[in-house]
Design a protein around this ligand. Structure first.
Ligand code: SF4
Ligand code: SF4
Length: 309
């Protein structure tokens, strides 16, 4: 399940693929079957290189009873998706390359919540852009690796039916907007340029660390900056999926400057005024600190200045 190969099962990631795979349609039929009795059972999970999309993390953190922050720390490793430092995360493996979710001979320990890449394998979902079209068109490719004996099984199935069988549709529906903005970032190339560090951090938080993003959205600072109704806050406080949808909308503003979330009219002026208050307070504290240090210096060195000694 190595998604860093040119025929990556992960949509348009990585960006440095040297070879474009042959694109297949949803109706294309493939010969493949994976089952518990197959001789290579779990071989793919013992050399796992699984890039995660936002909805994958949401499902896995809930499955494991962790916050997104805990899940990221414990079960993922970071990587850069492109030369501009766009952050990505992969499932962590042990030192032999075995996925930490593998439950010995029982197979995947999180099977019903397994990530998109694991569901699609050996099909690769490609986000390809038709010439002169701004829209991403989904196409597929087949990954054939020597260790995988599923290709020798006597079963033919269309890619469309394979997606349904593996439960890919829900995952794609939840991740689609994110794929689009990652693709747009890549297609824009140097015209958008390297996002500032703060935007990259926001991208990481909104894409992967949904529980931290929730605290950010529910903060007083956010509420006074953006014009959003009370029902919105009530919904995203409880609903991970609604929050994820909003995260992708918010990222369009962060990455491309699209006005996807209306700001409060004088939000900028208020932020500048608040910053000024903080700067003034810091300046005052620094002055007081220096004066106190000077006082202490003279007090400690007081022997030398005291006239009656
Ligand atoms: S998440 Fe499950 S299916 Fe995917 S690599 Fe890990 S053990 Fe295998
Ligand atoms: S058939 Fe392929 S996907 Fe299934 S267990 Fe074997 S290596 Fe993994």
């Amino acid at each position: 399940m190595n998604d860093t190969k040119p025929n990556s099962p992960f949509p348009d990631i990585p960006f440095h693929s040297a070879v474009l795979p042959e694109a297949m349609q949803a109706e294309t039929r493939i010969q493949f079957r994976c089952h518990k009795g197959i001789s290579c059972f779990n071989a793919c999970c013992r050399q796992a290189d699984i890039t995660l999309a936002p909805y994958d993390i949401l499902r896995l953190k809930r499955r494991l009873g962790l916050t997104s922050t805990e899940f990221i720390r414990k079960y993922t490793v970071p990587f850069q998706m492109d030369g501009d430092g766009m952050p990505g995360v992969k499932l962590r493996t042990d030192e032999t390359g075995t996925c930490l979710q593998l439950d010995g001979d029982n197979g995947c320990g999180v099977y019903s919540d397994r990530p998109t890449v694991c569901r699609y394998y050996p099909v690769a979902l490609l986000a390809l852009r038709e010439k002169d079209s701004p829209e991403a068109k989904e196409r597929y490719s087949l990954v054939k690796e020597a260790h995988c004996k599923g290709h020798e099984e006597p079963r033919e199935i269309s890619i469309a039916d394979y997606r349904t069988e593996q439960g890919c549709e829900e995952y794609d529906a939840r991740n689609r907007e994110w794929y689009r903005l990652v693709l747009k970032k890549k297609s824009a190339g140097p015209t958008v340029g390297r996002p500032p560090q703060a935007s990259l951090q926001l991208f990481f938080m909104a894409s992967y660390d949904i529980d931290t993003f929730r605290r950010f959205v529910l903060s007083e600072n956010f509420r006074t900056t953006y014009q959003l109704p009370a029902e919105f806050y009530a919904e995203v406080e409880q609903d991970d999926e609604a929050l994820l949808e909003f995260a992708f909308r918010f990222l369009r503003q962060v990455l491309f400057g699209e006005r996807t979330v209306q700001e409060v009219a004088d939000a900028w002026e208020r932020r500048v005024a608040q910053r000024k208050e903080v700067w003034d307070a810091r300046k005052q504290m620094e002055i007081e600190r220096r004066m106190a240090a000077d006082d202490q210096k003279y007090t400690e060195g007081g022997d030398g200045y005291c006239a009656d000694k």
